[in-house]
Design a protein around this ligand. Structure first.
Ligand SMILES: [Zn+2]
Length: 301
């Protein structure tokens, strides 16, 4: 019953944070919500900046405090550059997750929309090319869960950048070593890209990814079988892409419940992130965490 367990644990986290807020009114004016994964994704390296707000005096930061594994930290983030806090849509907390049932067999399912009845959508951000300093600020301001499908060759020059994003609700998942086209490649080639890429992320971040996105969204049966053999639970495509601030829809003109939205760590990150959030907001949906909807195979077998 992973969903029930997560929900219960989240309620405990909410309760603990509520108590802290009562005791520490210095948070001031900002509604605060923990990442949807708070507690579910252990942090291997507690941030050196992690301190209780009461010990750092009045915060001049406009951002809400971050929560990592139940720990409250004052976040010394500088002001936004090129965007305003008021540009960020405000969402309520996501509804209780509805974990899907994974199909039997030796391949992971390949999804571009999660079957949900709740009004949620899933924002995913890929590759990790540009380590834009606005990213943690946007995540801190938006307070929404996101899933990052990261390519290890692309992020190895700044591994801590992405570790830091986990404080704000980001969960790191697998997207190969060097971002090759996988479809049609040999068993050994795909195994190295999928399994070793996953293992590297596990070593760097202390949590082994459970989800996979094949580069370019291209896969074959070997891809899905090897992802399954490597302990991954599902692979994902998308229903919307965001590039240069424009949302492109594969179906219709609005985000549908359960849709997976794809964007990248590209030069227009700020525009893309805000456009994605606006599209979700305009559709009457709330960002939810993909990992809450895809059960861990270890707990379902
Ligand atoms: Zn990619």
């Amino acid at each position: 019953m992973p969903g029930v367990f997560k929900l219960t644990r989240r309620r405990i986290v909410f309760g603990a944070i509520g108590a802290v807020l009562v005791l520490v009114p210095a948070v001031g004016g900002w509604a605060m919500r923990p990442p949807a994964s708070a507690g579910a994704v252990p942090s291997v390296t507690p941030s050196p900046a992690a301190t209780f707000p009461g010990t750092v005096g009045p915060s001049t930061s406009p951002y809400p405090i971050a929560v990592t594994s139940g720990m409250i930290s004052a976040t010394p983030l500088p002001p936004p550059i090129g965007w305003k806090l008021s540009d960020v849509p405000v969402f309520g907390p996501p509804p209780p997750p509805e974990p899907i049932v994974l199909p039997p067999g030796d391949e992971v399912p390949y999804l571009s929309r999660v079957p949900v009845t709740q009004p949620v959508a899933f924002l995913t951000i890929d590759d990790g090319l540009l380590k834009n300093p606005e990213v943690p600020k946007l995540f801190a301001a938006a307070k929404i869960p996101v899933t990052l499908f990261l390519t290890t060759d692309t992020i190895q020059d700044d591994i801590p950048f992405f570790d830091n994003l986990r404080k704000y609700g980001a969960v790191i998942e697998s997207h190969t070593i060097s971002h090759p086209e996988l479809a049609g490649r040999s068993d050994n080639f795909q195994r190295r890209q999928i399994c070793e890429g996953t293992d590297r992320l596990a070593k760097w971040y202390g949590r082994r990814p459970v989800l996979f996105r094949p580069p370019f969204g291209d896969k074959d049966h070997t891809t899905l079988r090897i992802a399954h053999e490597c302990g991954l639970t599902a692979a994902f495509m998308w229903k919307e892409t965001v590039h240069k601030g424009i949302v492109r829809y594969q179906e219709g003109h609005s985000v549908q419940p359960g849709d997976i939205i794809l964007m990248h760590f590209r030069p227009a990150f700020v525009k893309d992130f805000l456009a994605a959030l606006r599209a979700i907001h305009q559709a009457g949906l709330t960002p939810a965490l993909l990992e809450d909807y895809v059960p861990d195979r270890l707990t379902t077998r």
